[in-house]
Design a protein around this ligand. Structure first.
Ligand code: C2E
Ligand code: MG
Ligand code: MG
Ligand code: MG
Length: 291
């Protein structure tokens, strides 16, 4: 009987493993064509000043609408894109699309926003990265200080010398730089000061847990103090409640991003928000939002 149960267990694991391999193969095959088929788009999540409540920026987040798989979340395809190298052409498209969209909002008379784009490891080590960004800025006409690049600490620590060099080249263009998901990777505090970054983003897992766990709260306060002493501004990710907002404000966090204010929205949804902020009639209502 035990043997039987064991065999069932093994079959169960094998089936689960096959399903995973199958899913990955499918995602990979479909992702190869996603760009040319126009299945990729960007949604945008606002970043607000905790002092004034003003909207200061946006983060562009990739969305993949597949005809049969439906809406595929970044968690399901970014790692595949990274492993296959597809992230390089996709990421180049993201930067261009974000720059162009930002210009389109400004042409529509909306207040200028800083727009952030996520870069993964493979993109960061692509020798064409800096030229690609120069071209995206030149072609769109976007002012460099209105583009922000989000990089994880692990990516920067992976090869500190190379990272410092690339970051310096990016900084020289005038773009803003931030460290994403701070606190989840491995950082050496000694190296942190070598990176010419402007923002540090506290990972959402800390924001989620800080009010229920005094140790996490202490970590959050320390991250804010550390960042400020290095002259970085601090952005909190994943703010979902008023209580979290109040806590972050009390400890002088600079900006927030999260469902409390807004989920990522379509470009039209953002235009609607910006019109509301400016007190203009909302020509476009709402945006589709997300679940
Ligand atoms: P990230 O850069 O840390 O982005 C924040 C993620 O948290 C987004 O998930 C966002 O929708 C989600 N989020 C925002 N506010 C809240 C909140 O209040 N509560 C909760 N629970 N979640 C919130 P998303 O859009 O699924 O993206 C996941 C990750 O995929 C991103 O994490 C980023 O690492 C990666 N990613 C997304 N777009 C791109 C891209 O264009 N290029 C690259 N290389 N990576 C991307
Ligand atoms: Mg990010
Ligand atoms: Mg993040
Ligand atoms: Mg994150």
């Amino acid at each position: 009987r035990a043997k039987e149960a064991g065999r069932n267990q093994i079959q169960f694991y094998e089936a689960a493993m096959h399903a995973r391999v199958h899913e990955r193969t499918l995602i990979e095959a479909e992702l190869r064509h996603a760009l040319e088929r126009g299945e990729l788009s960007l949604h945008y999540q606002p970043k607000l000043s905790l002092r004034s409540g003003e909207m200061l920026g946006l983060e562009a987040l990739l969305r993949w609408q597949h005809p049969t798989l439906g809406m595929v979340a970044p968690a399901r395809f970014i790692s595949v894109a990274e492993e296959t190298g597809l992230i390089v052409p996709i990421g180049r498209w993201v930067v261009r699309a974000a720059c162009q969209q930002n210009q389109a909002w400004q042409r529509a008379g909306l207040a200028p926003q800083r727009i952030a784009v996520n870069l993964s490891m493979r993109q960061f080590s692509d020798p064409g990265l800096v030229d690609g960004i120069i071209a995206a800025l030149a072609d769109s006409g976007l002012k460099p200080h209105l583009l922000e690049l989000e990089l994880t600490e692990s990516l920067m620590m992976h090869n500190v010398d190379a990272a410092v060099e690339v970051l310096a080249r990016l900084k020289k263009l005038g773009v803003a730089l931030s460290i994403d998901d701070f606190g989840t990777g491995y950082s050496s505090l000694a190296y942190l000061r070598l990176f010419p970054v402007d923002y540090l983003k506290i990972d959402q897992s800390f924001v989620r847990d800080m009010l229920g766990d005094p140790n996490v709260a202490a970590i959050v306060r320390s991250i804010i103090a550390l960042a400020h002493s290095l002259d970085f501004k601090v952005v909190a990710e994943g703010v979902e409640t008023e209580a979290q907002l109040a806590y972050l404000r009390r400890y002088q966090c600079d900006e927030m991003q999260g469902y409390l204010f807004s989920r990522p929205l379509s470009a039209d949804g953002i235009a609607g928000l910006l019109r509301q902020e400016a007190g203009l009639p909302a020509a476009v209502q709402g945006g589709e939002g997300e679940r």
